[in-house]
Design a protein around this ligand. Structure first.
Ligand code: SAH
Length: 258
């Protein structure tokens, strides 16, 4: 975009590669009665494709300097809200009686990715989230137990979603060019494990990974260790193992039985 002072602090790297824009757009297949929520439309490169899908589209953009640029997209199924996505009350915008499936899509500043996903999961009922993230972070999302990347974020996401890669995106596909390559992931809501109390489950995984190099006995010393020991023995494990050795389903079972 000519004469635009890109703000690094807002993660302003706009997609300019048509092929990638199409790939992201084609990965979202809503019906007329669905809703797409785009976070950070920027100059509207992706928005332009999304509004062709004949369902309602709501965009949240924090930077009012983009008002003029985005105004050319004006159409009956598009609503652009100039607010910080992290501060909006999603329930004010999503009419669950009107829409069936809610799709979220965003190419975001990487440092708020987790906060955004957390917000989406706790404040709404996403059907799919298509999200562009730093390549290394994508590896953490999908990490398997007993690997260095596996952490509470991996467990949180794999509990909530099936995770698919849409495409890799070279840093050259952006203007201005960022330092790192990216990956687009699709998170499809699919809770495969039965968890009785999600808050309790989320707290357990956070605590279990609190200090990555410590074992469960240390990280979970505020819990009923005797009970945990018994549950672990069902998986042929004990309190000397580390959180990174536990599968998502095993965390679910511990949380349910505690
Ligand atoms: N989707 C566009 C722009 C990506 S750049 C593209 O792919 O080309 C990231 C965008 O997110 C910028 O437009 C930035 O202003 C916006 N943004 C950053 N933080 C935000 C927040 N908290 N809420 C809403 N938008 C945000």
């Amino acid at each position: 975009m000519k004469n635009f002072d890109y703000k690094k602090s807002l993660g302003q790297n706009f997609l300019i590669d048509k092929n990638i824009i199409n790939k992201i757009s084609e990965s979202i297949n809503p019906n007329n009665y669905d809703l797409i929520i785009e976070i950070g439309p920027g100059s509207g490169a992706l928005t332009k494709e999304l509004i062709k899908k004949n369902c309602d589209v709501i965009c949240f953009e924090i930077d009012e300097r983009l008002k003029e640029k985005l105004s050319v997209l004006e159409c009956s199924n598009l609503k652009i809200v100039f607010k910080d996505f992290l501060n909006v009350n999603l329930n004010e915008y999503i009419d669950y009686t009107k829409y069936k499936n809610i799709y979220f899509v965003g190419n975001l500043p990487y440092y708020i990715t987790t906060a955004i996903i957390n917000k989406i999961v706790t404040e709404s009922k996403p059907y799919e989230i298509v999200i562009m993230i730093q390549k290394e972070v994508a590896d953490r999302f999908n990490a398997k137990p007993c690997t260095k990347q596996y952490g509470s974020l991996s467990v949180f996401l794999q509990y909530n979603f099936d995770i698919e890669k849409v495409c890799n995106v070279s840093k050259n596909c952006f203007e201005p060019i960022p330092k790192v390559d990216s990956t687009v992931l699709k998170l499809k809501t699919n809770k495969k494990y039965d968890v009785k109390d999600e808050d309790k489950f989320y707290k357990l995984i956070k605590d279990a990974f609190r200090q990555k190099r410590k074992n469960l006995r240390n990280n979970l010393n505020n819990y009923d260790l005797e009970k945990i020991k018994n549950i672990l023995s069902e998986f042929n494990k004990d309190l000397t193992c580390r959180a990174e050795e536990l599968k998502v389903g095993e965390f679910a079972q511990i949380s349910n039985e505690l």
